[in-house]
Design a protein around this ligand. Structure first.
Ligand code: NAP
Length: 253
């Protein structure tokens, strides 16, 4: 018998989990993307794209598609889909496991100002004009229009369209991973004084954090949202091992 697994993705780890589990031929895998990026990364398993219609929609999908296990491997800041996953799992009686990527820890030499929202990050830049690097998603940039005194460098996966109503912005489109040496060069070449970012954790976007430490730059770090308390693992290997053990090969298979 093949077990049906739905992986909620949009992250490197979701792809890695799919890669790990596809080697197990008793699993039938599908990966779900929200559809935010124009050219999503290639995935090793079948993909479905777009929202489910809230927790109830996801619950109906899990029931109708006879999903045996739901894996939440979404980004640590994608709080709504993680909340929906927990509720949908409970509504439909589907087992759920989550990958919770550990956040970065502050180290000696870090100059972090931690805030709870993008709006607080804007306020913390202050009234005096500064050169700020915004390493945020396109959807999170609008609040910076309230602070037109700063010079911004914005990096996002897709172009920011329409552009922000701000007088001094340079745009960069790029997809990680980003190396520390490249990040340092970018920060220096652009004369950046402060970085605004999320505590995404992981290696792919840590380069700017290490470079900021090295250069003595301030980092305005938007704190993580609270996620539902569900069975979770902090590495792809631990989660994949758990799943393989939870659905063991049956005798005669
Ligand atoms: P969100 O605010 O938590 O979710 C908003 C809505 O988008 C959800 O209610 C759901 O719509 C839909 N959705 C989100 N993830 C989905 C998925 N994997 N499959 C199907 N529908 C999904 O999410 P977000 O912060 O906008 O993130 C969207 C996607 O980008 C996620 O896949 C996330 O892993 C990825 N991502 C996010 C960030 C970030 O910083 N937030 C960074 C990198 C990647 P319905 O309610 O209609 O089901």
């Amino acid at each position: 018998m093949r077990h049906s697994i739905l992986i909620l993705g949009g992250t490197t780890e979701a792809r890695q989990i799919a890669e790990r589990l596809m080697a197990v031929d008793r699993f039938r895998l599908q990966l779900s993307l929200a559809g935010r990026t124009r050219q999503p990364a290639e995935q090793p398993v079948p993909v479905r794209v777009g929202g489910f219609g809230g927790a109830e929609g996801l619950a109906a999908y899990l029931t109708n598609s006879k999903v045996d296990l739901l894996i939440d491997a979404t980004h640590p800041y994608a709080a709504r889909i993680s909340a929906n996953a927990a509720k949908a799992a409970s509504l439909s009686g589907t087992p759920l496991v989550a990958l919770r990527r550990p956040g970065w820890e502050r180290q000696a030499g870090d100059r972090w100002t931690e805030v709870d929202s993008v709006e607080q990050a804007v306020a913390s830049l202050g009234t005096k004009p500064r050169r700020a690097f915004l390493a945020l998603g396109r959807q999170e940039l609008l609040p910076f229009e309230a602070a037109p005194q700063h010079v911004y460098l914005v990096r996002s996966v897709d172009p920011v369209e329409p552009p922000l109503a701000l007088p001094q912005v340079n745009y960069l489109t790029a997809r990680g991973p980003f190396r520390e040496a490249d990040e340092r060069a970018l920060l220096q070449a652009s004369g950046i004084e402060v970085i605004v970012c999320k505590n995404s954790g992981g290696a792919a976007s840590h380069g700017k954090i290490a470079a900021a430490r090295d250069l003595g730059l301030e980092v305005v770090m938007i704190r993580r949202p609270v996620l539902p308390d569900v069975a979770s693992f902090d590495s792809v290997d631990a989660l994949a091992d758990h799943v393989a053990q939870a659905f063991p090969q049956e005798r005669g298979e």
